[in-house]
Write a protein that binds this ligand. Structure first.
Ligand SMILES: Cc1ncc(COP(=O)(O)O)c(C=O)c1O
Length: 434
């Protein structure tokens, strides 16, 4: 494809004239890796086709939601019949109750749930609820974790534990982030010190249990255990942001993975998104009845939404959850994802490229580093230029991974063994050039 025949280029020019950066969410602009974003025309199964009708094997899956692949027949059927009944009512529907029942039956830490439209909204509302329920203002988040773009969450660490965060976005006043304490992921001594200093003032600790916004970095079991213990000891809420990991790493979400190593492990609040909407705008937060009853209209914590619990989105989410609940679904998905990362690791080793990788369920990550990083500072040691060469080499060969090295990848149930083999073969060719 020469630039003069690439139909993505004029589309991007048109988009840039009208939409800041030509995109409606920054990472889509390919700013980190350079080049022209692919404009998607349509998608089916594990593939999408761009403006040139070139096919790509899709390892983003809309950044996580498309766990069944694109256009799954049962989901399509559910969405079509829901759309025929009406797009939005602004009044309760039975399907919202069904979706709540389905989610709560699979994630027992939640007794009640509130449906919203985006992960940002869910995360922001969970923080408000934690503050309302505890009567405290401060909270902890971790460097490298992303919880959506609410003002108080766009923060990086201050200069020490006594100073709270600095805003990472223009337009966020310092006063808005003055209650957000940003700590290093997986650093137990620092967490203990922060609790010793501020524990009685903390409303919550918010954490991505398996962080997918610094590629893929797991909270270690001792770290997660300590988060749980300290929250309990000081009366702060532990909020797991499972927008990405929820129903993606296991049917019981990441909390069920940690419960295998930490008996009785449960968060106080869970934030969900992505898979529960199956590709439609739907997210949620939930927890024990005693906490959730602080929400309006029962309690004093206000939260609302015109499109919350949208009937087409709930139909899409329900149909998706009913598919992934089928026996053997996660075993097959995990095995497929494992075969991808093992294949990539073997190809990198054969070509002498430093490589480390990890996966859980249908989520994977890799680094051009010999050892898996444990925190954001270590992730930053990755060589950007090499990653970009890998990204473009794969893109040229019809393989679409995230256009930034800080993002996890996703395998769907529609990816076949042949797709994985083709991906590994393409990666091996590119590894030779690194
Ligand atoms: C862990 C996590 N939390 C929250 C969000 C925000 O979700 P949304 O983009 O739906 O607002 C994301 C988005 O990628 C996420 O990965």
């Amino acid at each position: 494809m020469t630039p003069s025949t690439d139909l993505n280029i004029p589309l991007f020019e048109r988009a840039k004239a009208l939409i800041p950066g030509g995109v409606n969410s920054p990472v889509r602009a390919f700013k980190a890796v350079g080049g022209t974003p692919r404009f998607v025309k349509r998608a089916q199964g594990a593939y999408f086709w761009d403006a040139n009708d070139q096919r790509f094997i899709d390892y983003i899956g809309s950044w996580g939601p498309m766990i069944l692949g694109h256009g799954h027949p049962a989901v399509l059927e559910a969405v079509q019949s829901a759309a025929l009944e009406g797009f939005s009512f602004g009044a309760p529907t039975e399907r919202e109750v069904e979706l709540a029942e389905e989610i709560l039956s699979l994630v027992p830490s939640m007794e009640m749930i509130r449906l919203v439209s985006s992960g940002t909204e869910a995360g922001m509302s969970a923080i408000r609820l934690a503050r309302g329920a505890t009567g405290r203002s401060k909270f902890i988040k971790f460097e490298g974790c992303y919880h959506g773009h609410a003002d108080s969450l766009l923060v990086k660490a201050g200069s020490g534990l006594a100073t709270f965060g600095n805003a990472t976005s223009a337009g966020v006043p310092p006063e808005v982030v003055q209650h957000t304490l940003v700590l290093e992921y997986n650093n137990i001594p620092q967490l203990e010190e922060a609790f010793a200093l501020h524990g009685k003032e903390l409303a919550c600790v918010m954490i991505e249990p398996i962080a997918g916004n610094m590629n893929l970095v797991r909270a270690s079991v001792p770290f997660m255990r300590r988060c749980r213990e300290l929250c309990t000891q000081y009366g702060a809420l532990l909020v797991l942001d499972e927008v990405m990991t929820g129903f993606r790493v296991a049917l019981g979400s990441a909390q069920s993975v940690y419960a295998q190593s930490i008996p009785g492990f449960k968060p106080d609040l869970t934030v969900l998104g992505k898979v529960i909407g199956g590709g439609m705008p739907l997210a949620a937060f939930g927890g024990p009845r005693a906490i959730m009853e602080h929400l309006a209209p029962l309690g004093g914590v206000y939260q609302a939404g015109t499109l919350s619990g949208n009937p087409v989105a709930t139909a899409c989410g329900l149909a998706t959850l009913r598919e992934i609940k089928k026996p053997g679904f996660f075993d097959a998905l995990s095995a497929r994802t494992r075969s991808l990362v093992d294949g990539l690791a073997a190809a990198a080793q054969a070509e002498g490229v430093p490589f480390s990788t990890d996966c859980e369920g249908g989520m994977f990550g890799f680094f051009l580093l010999p050892e898996l990083p444990q925190n954001y500072a270590q992730v930053l040691q990755t060589d950007n230029a090499r990653f970009n060469t890998l990204f473009h080499g794969l893109l040229d060969r019809g393989i679409y991974i995230a256009p930034a090295l800080y993002e996890a990848g996703f395998v769907s149930a529609a990816h076949t063994a042949d797709d994985i083999a083709a991906t590994v073969a393409a990666a091996r060719e590119v590894f030779k050039t690194l």
